[in-house]
Structure formats: C-alpha cells, structure tokens
Ligand binder design. Structure first.
Ligand SMILES: C[S@@+](CC[C@H](N)C(=O)[O-])C[C@H]1O[C@@H](n2cnc3c(N)ncnc32)[C@H](O)[C@@H]1O
Length: 308
C-alpha cells in the first residue's frame, strides 16, 4: 500500500522506547518476546495531528470531569488502540500513540480500556502499561468487547462517564456500537470515518457492481449509507442516482449520528488530508454535551485554519 493511503506502512523495529517503563533490550531467558521484532506503524503528518487533537480534547475532558463532585469515575476507552508507539514518517522518531497519551493526561482518567484485535499488539500494550493499575487491555474485536465488557462500565445512572476513541484503519465500526454509545448519554466519541475506504470499495458510481461482502460490511457500519452516498438527479430519461460529494457524505453521516444514534451534539467534522490533499477520513466528535462541542470546535478550527 502506498504511504498516503489509509493504512500506514509497518516498520520492523527491534525495540520501542517509551515514557512508560518498557525495556529496550530484554533478556532472552526471561522475556519470550525479546527476539521478536515489533511491527510499528509509520504514521503520516495527519495521524500526528489526530494524536494532538485527541490529546488536547482528553485533557480538557478529564479536567472538567475531575471537577464534578457527583461523577464517580471517568474512563478513557481506546477501541482500536494500536501497538502503543509509532514511527513518525516526517522525523523518523518514535511517537507515543493514543493509549500512552491518555495515560499521561492530568488530571488522570480513573480507568483506561485499551482494545486491539491483534494478539501481538495487545501483548505489547500489556507490557507497556503493566505498571498502571488503571489500565485493562482487551484482546478482541472492539465491536464485541465494547458492548459486552466496556460500555456497561459507563452507565449514566452510575455517575460514570467516558471518552471513547474509535480509530480504525478501515470502515469497520458497527453502527450498533455508535448507537449504543449515543443512547447511553454518558460517552463522548471521537470517530475516524475512513471515507477513502468507502470511496474505494463501496461508494461507486454504479453501486450494482460493488462486491456483496463490501455491501454487507457497509450495511453494518452505516445502515443508511445508500441515502448518504447517493443523491437523485433528473436527466432526459428520468431519475438517476449520482454519487454524492465527500462533504455531502460527511454531512449525511453527521446527521445520522445526531438523529439516529442520538448524540445531541455533533460539530462539523475535520477532514484529514494526505500529502496530496485528498481526504483520507473525517474526524468527528459526538457528545451528549454542548460544552464538548464548543471545546472540539475550537480545537478543530485551529487545525482547519492551518489547512490540515
Ligand atoms: C489506526 S491503528 C490505531 C492507532 C491508535 N489509535 C493511535 O493513534 O495510536 C488501528 C488498530 O486497530 C486494530 N484493529 C483493527 N480491527 C480491529 C477491531 N475490529 N477491533 C479492535 N482492534 C482492531 C489494529 O490491529 C490496529 O492496531
């Protein structure tokens, strides 16, 4: 895959340094992973921007939650947590990923849930976080883990709240997860909606040519995608279906987060572009709270004005 496409290149990296206590050189006798090189993602500028945005918002979120006497706990949930560290494409340096950023937020989150489907990455996350009792690492498909194990821990009536990051490589967050989060009214969701994946694999000019497996995937991700991705126009022969523009698709998805998934506040998303200026994904924040929308609008606007 080219480096400006949606999935980052993987780089074999023999050891990963971090602020969190992870040995760079490890003994072969005591550590079965010592000889295995870690595959880290090489991330582009836009991913570093995303990390900055989430870190800024997480700090503001945790500050507000920690001040509220009634709130008994505020969680950070990273549903596509990654390996914990990445390599910056622009500098070649190690960059801490979203889980490590969340761990260093002050005031601190009271619980941190990190989910990754990939066994090696989950193991790596356990290693990186072993000294932090707030962290639980879950290995599995977040679509199951969130609904079964994590969302029940952030019930509105229990005075518990959460910030959840959904940051996949592809469009594979099931709509039922978004709707469950919206209905709970206790969760703020950052969602990376990979429109480039949609354009490439599903939102085709002629939808009848899309592979049935891709249609099925998209039906699970966004049940109303056909009304968002196409608009009806008239030509000499009657109605024709035209593919909608990226920004119209993004707006339709935004409206569904509000009307269908029941998030009260969904500010306009930030388009994240690659080095050629093509939109890779739209970054949304969906929240039950107006103040959340105000904070994220300020953060998004700073990056928008820099032409991310
Ligand atoms: C873009 S990376 C996450 C980067 C991370 N949020 C960060 O900024 O540091 C996506 C991760 O999601 C994991 N993944 C893919 N599908 C998943 C699924 N269904 N459930 C949980 N994790 C998944 C991949 O193994 C990969 O580590």
């Amino acid at each position: 895959m080219a480096d400006d496409e949606e999935a980052p290149r993987r780089i074999l990296y023999p050891g990963a340094q971090s602020r969190v206590s992870t040995p760079v050189t490890r003994s072969r006798q005591t550590d079965p992973m010592a000889d295995k090189p870690l595959r880290l993602d090489e991330i582009g500028y836009w991913s570093e921007v995303k990390l900055d945005i989430v870190r800024k918002y997480a700090k503001a979120y945790s500050t507000i939650m920690a001040r509220q006497a009634l709130i008994k706990g505020h969680l950070y949930i990273d549903a596509f947590a990654g390996a914990g560290t990445h390599i910056s494409r622009s500098t070649g340096q190690l960059v801490e990923g979203s889980p490590l950023n969340a761990m260093s937020v002050t005031p601190p989150f009271t619980e941190i849930h990190l989910i990754d489907l990939h066994g090696g990455r989950a193991k790596r996350l356990r290693e990186l976080t072993k000294n932090d009792p707030r962290v639980t690492v879950h290995e599995g498909d977040c679509n199951d883990v969130l609904l079964r194990d994590v969302f029940p821990r952030c019930q509105y009536g229990d005075y518990r709240r959460a910030l959840c990051l959904l940051d996949p490589y592809r469009l594979n967050v099931n709509w039922e997860v978004l709707e469950a989060a919206g209905r709970l009214e206790s969760i703020d969701v950052f969602y990376n909606f990979m429109i480039m994946d949609g354009n490439r694999n599903v939102f085709w000019r002629d939808p009848s040519k899309v592979a049935p497996a891709e249609v099925k995937r998209m039906d699970a991700v966004w049940p109303r995608w056909k009304s968002g991705a196409y608009r009806t126009e008239q030509d000499l022969f009657g109605d024709v279906q035209m593919k909608a523009s990226n920004s119209d698709i993004a707006q339709a998805f935004r409206e569904d987060l509000g009307k269908v998934a029941h998030f009260k506040h969904v500010p306009a998303p930030l388009p994240m572009r690659n080095s050629q200026g093509a939109v890779l994904y739209y970054l949304y924040l969906a929240s039950p709270k107006a103040v959340a929308a105000e904070i994220v609008k300020d953060i998004f606007d700073k990056y928008r004005s820099r032409g991310v």
